[in-house]
Write a protein that binds this ligand. Sequence first.
Ligand SMILES: Cc1cc2nc3c(=O)[nH]c(=O)nc-3n(C[C@H](O)[C@H](O)[C@H](O)COP(=O)(O)OP(=O)(O)OC[C@H]3O[C@@H](n4cnc5c(N)ncnc54)[C@H](O)[C@@H]3O)c2cc1C
Length: 331
Amino acid sequence: METASICVVAELDENGLRECALEIIGEGRSLADSCGASLTVLVTAPAARDWLEALKRQDVDRVVLIEHPLLADPSPEIHAAALGQWLSEQPPALLLMSDTVNGHETAARLAAQLRWAIVTDCLWVKGSLQSGFNAIKPTHQDQVHTTYTCSPGQPLIATLRPGVIGTETPRGARTAEIIRWQPALDESLMHVRTVEIVPGDPRTIDLREAERIVAGGRGVYMAEDWHLIEELADALDAAVGGSRQALDLGYIPNERMVGQTGKSVKPRLYLAAGISGASHHLDGVNTDALIAVNRDRGAPIFSRCALGVVGDLYEILPALTKRIRELRGMK
Ligand SMILES: Cc1cc2nc3c(=O)[nH]c(=O)nc-3n(C[C@H](O)[C@H](O)[C@H](O)COP(=O)(O)OP(=O)(O)OC[C@H]3O[C@@H](n4cnc5c(N)ncnc54)[C@H](O)[C@@H]3O)c2cc1C
């Protein structure tokens, strides 16, 4: 029975390895190096595809491919059953999973099945094999970081909030051992089936998953004007987010606030209108394409953005929305 290992469950989508998977593999590698442990990546899938080659290059010690035709269904219960069979025989010291919708639910099912400790929605994990692991997560409406300690020798499952740690280029120093394994699964384990996957409404999709975000702040003077942000988001198929001020002014609900105490986001495009660029806000924004619209030339956001537009959002946003709609042939 191997205990001195750290395991990571890598999530896949139709394009292969998800960004959040690369993130936790990197985190698993750092922890494993600091603890002198090995790093194993677990993947559940109906069959191997080209992502296996990508996984081999991720500087991991071992990839366990848990293969079964029923794993074509993304339903967490069947994936938890498959993972549970492997993990009950090969318990790691620490199991890292992504705090995505499926990752969160699969982790909870695994913890119940294996009777292991679990801490969800963590920002990061620290510790060692000797002293045990500490999982740090935001609590008290995200105002406090609380540390949960797990005694050494007890496996801990921690789900990590995507977009907080970020990805690093793997050093590629190791050649991963590949193990292909078939769990014993049958249809009686599937109480829930995925009938269809409908892409989320970009306006309301979880901000952590959004590819594009249009965010507004106090520069939007009244709730009645918030449609300027929403209309631009619609034209770009983007999600709507906002600053703390947008939350306090009642423009957005809590879960759409971006920042240190809000959601950490990693979109391909982040357009911030009427947001000053306080570090509390920008600490939660990880993107190469930050566009700022602000009427104050000296606003801090201009020192962090890829493209800055100095001007009044009440003029710029409607013109931009109109132009994008024209270019996209939208009515
Ligand atoms: C412990 C702590 C945690 C925090 N966590 C967060 C967090 O997670 N997320 C977060 O967002 N904040 C957070 N804050 C608050 C943060 O420090 C800022 O106060 C907040 O981000 C400011 O929001 P804002 O940019 O919308 O408003 P302001 O700072 O008031 O900026 C408004 C901007 O709009 C511009 N503007 C005004 N009118 C127009 C116009 N017509 N057109 C264009 N631009 C215009 C102004 O020039 C200004 O730059 C936190 C604060 C603390 C103390």
